[in-house]
Design a protein around this ligand. Structure first.
Ligand SMILES: N=CN[C@@H](CCC(=O)O)C(=O)O
Ligand SMILES: [Zn+2]
Length: 424
């Protein structure tokens, strides 16, 4: 029989507590333990021990994970990515550096449309291999659960191809993937001016297959000026909901269209981006229990003003953070950069940032019961950072401190310093 695992020698541990999203003053309330130990059993956290309790243990009874000098955190949960895509768009990055905006490039037929063409052209095997590589990169940053949206197909065949890639990789078990159908990511040229016909096609022709093969849990739409209107988004998402999908929304990213308000009205689990959201919209979200998922890497890459995370938390909203990993506006899954931007630009405290990366993000994808904290009974999804406290996450900014990532009790990533041995 497999032995239980004991994480031993830790400098500290830090975690929020509970299963529900934390906003207002609760978002910064985390527990920090000095020199604790943790026992993992059957893929779950079975005991969290203080220094004195751990002193009584017989370490020989366990498979010991050496955490000497490190800090144990809940595995990071990334609640917003566009994970599966063909090709890359580095030439557009250069165009943006020369002054063209994301929406201008999109209007010229670049942007999402260019990734759609590349994704249509990519084989299932190619997409599988590229996405697997990205998942490993995420694991090396301490991410143990990721949400993945489709939306680079816009037709039945390619959307299903993307979602099947997600399903296959989820079965491989590198990190857990939560799947979102986002066929409503952009309007294909043949449907320009007939957006509602396109959305009806998704409902009638694509979503029944998604349901039948159990390929997605959530539906999302890009509700934005020049993409899908609030009216079309409302009607579409209500139909998705009737089919049994939970709802998410790309809301108020480039303009205040009323996306935050719509998210509240239809009781979406989250509204994401929110750079331009109005106070009224945010207030409605708070009352309806919609989680704001903020994406600072996108604002950084597009050189936009950051969503006002400080203001949202002070309003009582439980802010979550996501990478928005995609080939256009955020080709990054850098947790260290995101942590620094959240603190330095969105003015979150390190404690609020930690809750945003873990418990609140888990709640934004419906996983708060199982993930996002270090508590007995929760999934043993953990990251060890090579630092004496969680405070180093934003302080040692931009530097990947993840030394080991554990998912469901299994070590899925260890940073190896072996190649430097000849120098020591
Ligand atoms: N805003 C819409 N969708 C993505 C960008 C996708 C792309 O540019 O390929 C986002 O969330 O940032
Ligand atoms: Zn997105």
């Amino acid at each position: 029989m497999e032995k239980d695992k004991l994480i031993y020698g830790l400098a500290s541990l830090a975690t929020p507590l509970g299963n529900t999203p934390k906003g207002g003053s609760e978002q910064g309330r985390i527990v920090e333990m000095i020199r604790p130990s943790v026992i993992l059993s059957g893929g779950k956290i079975s005991r969290v021990l203080s220094e004195s309790e751990a002193g009584m243990l017989e370490t020989g009874d366990y498979e010991v994970i050496d955490g000497t000098g490190m800090t144990l955190l809940p595995g990071f949960v990334d609640p917003h990515t566009h994970l599966v895509f063909g090709g890359t768009r580095e030439e557009e990055f250069s165009m943006r550096l020369r002054g063209e905006s994301y929406m201008e490039i999109m209007k010229k037929g670049g942007g999402i449309a260019s990734s759609v063409a590349k994704t249509k052209g990519a084989s299932f095997e190619d997409l599988l291999a590229t996405t697997r590589k990205h998942l490993m990169g995420m694991a090396s940053h301490g991410i143990t659960t990721v949400e993945a949206k489709s939306g680079y197909g816009l037709d039945k065949e390619t959307e299903l191809k993307q979602l099947r890639v997600v399903k296959k990789l989820n079965d491989e078990g590198i990190i857990e993937i939560v799947s979102t159908f986002m066929g409503a990511h952009s309007v294909p040229p043949e449907y320009k001016g007939r957006e509602s016909d396109f959305l009806d096609m998704l409902i009638e022709d694509v979503l029944p297959s998604v349901k039948e093969e159990d390929l997605a849990e959530f539906c999302d739409i890009f509700c934005e000026k020049g993409v899908f209107s609030v009216e079309d988004s409302r009607e579409y998402l209500k139909k998705c909901n009737d089919m049994g999908f939970r709802l998410k929304l790309h809301a108020d990213e480039m303009s205040d269209l009323g996306g935050a308000y719509l998210a509240a009205e239809i009781k979406a689990i989250s509204a994401d981006h929110l750079l331009k959201a109005s106070e009224k919209g945010l207030q409605a979200m708070k009352e309806a229990g919609v989680i704001p998922v903020l994406l600072p890497l996108t604002a950084f890459s597009l050189k936009e003003e950051y969503a006002d995370g400080r203001w949202m938390i002070d309003m009582g909203l439980p802010v979550a953070l996501g990478t928005d990993f995609n080939p256009g506006s955020s080709y990054s899954y850098s947790i260290p950069l995101m942590a620094a931007l959240a603190c330095l630009q969105m003015r979150l405290t390190p404690e609020e940032m930690l809750t945003a990366l873990t418990l609140n993000s888990a709640c934004a994808i419906g996983r708060g019961e199982r993930k996002g904290t270090i508590e007995e009974g929760k999934d043993a999804d953990l990251v060890l950072i090579d630092a004496s406290s969680y405070r180093f996450l934003p302080y040692h900014f931009g530097v990947n401190q993840a030394a080991m990532t554990i998912k469901a009790g299994k070590v899925i990533y260890t940073r190896s310093d072996d190649r430097w041995k000849h120098m020591m």
